[in-house]
Design a binder for this molecule. Structure first.
Ligand code: ZN
Length: 398
């Protein structure tokens, strides 16, 4: 078997510190065979390819809605989540299936070109399944359920079970049934999702504190969520404000042991983080900075999350709320807004942390012998500080 050897200015194995002028050795399938630190091991450089930049493992995107790809450039920016939801609903009425399938196929190719190897993807329909089945990207699909009226719980879960069955049996893909958000699922529906998750030991994802209104909704049943829902005929008369945080209000309706991804967290406080970390066994916090800027024009308190030392992952969200599906672009936004966070840390969020959440760290997330994590080459700033610049680009090596 022929081996390839590449030396870059830096190699970021993620599971261990970066190596200056390191050499990465891998086979033709991209399986990591060895990682050489030139200060420790002598190596004949004759058959080593030299590249400029840093090498890191393939990216793991933990939050995407591939099925919304056709909405690219259709939703106005920075209008807030309330208006964003209204625009999405309007667009859905204009949906053309050919366009939907074409946009999904293109978005899948775009993600692979952008160095993404695995994706946690939200699906309300089966539109994305054929593309996922034929893709080189490893997808985990969260069949998303919402339904605020308790009397519709049976109908909602039955529909999701049907889609899940297609996903796993017809297409042979991995996935779970997941709740949309804290405020959009009734108690009986939450409990059905919980029972399914516990039975199948599945991984869950839920949108969390994406707008301030979510906090008001639970605190005193005020704000745009309740007003908008009433306008579109959703009956919330059964709902009583809890006076608590969103997650505290629904914690008993989620499984405690399953891996859970809280997505967005733009309005999460230290108290909210403390509660989640102590109540649940396996919580991850997904940040989607470019989507947050697109919709609410606000970023989460990222320094708070780093200080709390929680597992942070990154997501692109969908092309309805982002200009491209690029993890590197998410990292650039974070680097621009929080220059004190090291590149090593941000890369870990976009690789190993995501792989761990998705239960795929045996294969992805780091340069460790035996893994086939994908290999990305990233161009750096011409600067002694190893940092991303606006011009940084990603090139897929494997
Ligand atoms: Zn989302």
């Amino acid at each position: 078997m022929s081996l390839r050897k590449i030396s870059a200015d830096y190699i970021f194995p993620i599971s261990s510190p970066p190596i200056k002028n390191g050499v990465l050795i891998f086979d033709e399938k991209g399986k990591i065979v060895d990682l050489i630190d030139p200060t420790k091991t002598e190596l004949n450089l004759e058959d080593v390819q030299l590249v400029i930049g840093l090498l890191c493992p393939g990216f793991v995107n933990t939050h995407c809605h591939l099925e919304l790809s056709w909405m690219k450039d259709r939703i106005p920016e920075k209008t807030g989540l309330a208006d964003f939801v209204v625009h999405i609903e309007k667009q859905k009425k204009l949906r053309n299936e050919d366009e939907v399938f074409e946009a999904i196929a293109n978005a899948d190719i775009e993600m692979r070109k952008n160095g993404i190897v695995a994706v946690g993807d939200i699906s309300n329909t089966a539109y994305t399944f054929p593309a996922k089945a034929g893709s080189t990207i490893d997808y985990y699909t969260f069949i998303e359920v919402y339904g605020s009226m308790p009397w519709l719980a049976d109908e909602k879960i039955e529909k999701a079970l049907g889609i899940h069955q297609q996903l796993t049996e017809k297409y042979g893909l991995k996935g779970s049934i997941s709740p949309h958000a804290t405020y959009s699922v009734s108690e009986p529906l939450f409990l059905k999702i919980k029972a399914f998750a516990e039975k199948h030991q599945s991984i869950l994802s839920i949108h969390h504190q994406e707008s301030e209104a979510e906090n008001h909704f639970f605190k005193d049943k005020s704000g745009w969520i309740i007003e908008n829902m009433k306008k579109i005929g959703i009956d919330y008369s059964w709902f009583k404000a809890t006076g608590k945080s969103p997650l505290e209000s629904i914690a008993g309706m989620l499984p405690e042991e399953n891996p859970i991804l809280l997505v967005h967290n733009t309005f999460s406080t230290e108290e909210n983080i403390n509660f989640a970390q102590s109540y649940f066994e396996n919580i991850s916090w997904c940040l989607c900075p470019n989507a947050n800027l697109y919709i609410e024009n606000k970023l989460p308190d990222v320094q708070l999350f780093t200080r709390k030392n929680v597992r942070i992952t990154l997501g692109t969200d969908s092309l309805a709320s982002n200009r491209e599906l690029s993890m590197l672009d998410e990292m650039k936004t974070l680097t621009g807004a929080f220059p004190e966070i090291s590149l090593e840390e941000i890369l870990k969020w976009g690789t190993l942390n995501g792989a761990e959440f998705l239960g795929l760290s045996h294969k992805y997330g780091s340069f460790e012998k035996g893994k086939t994590p994908g290999i990305n080459l990233i161009s750096l700033k011409d600067d002694p500080k190893i940092q991303l610049s606006k011009e940084s680009k990603v090139k897929v090596i494997v």
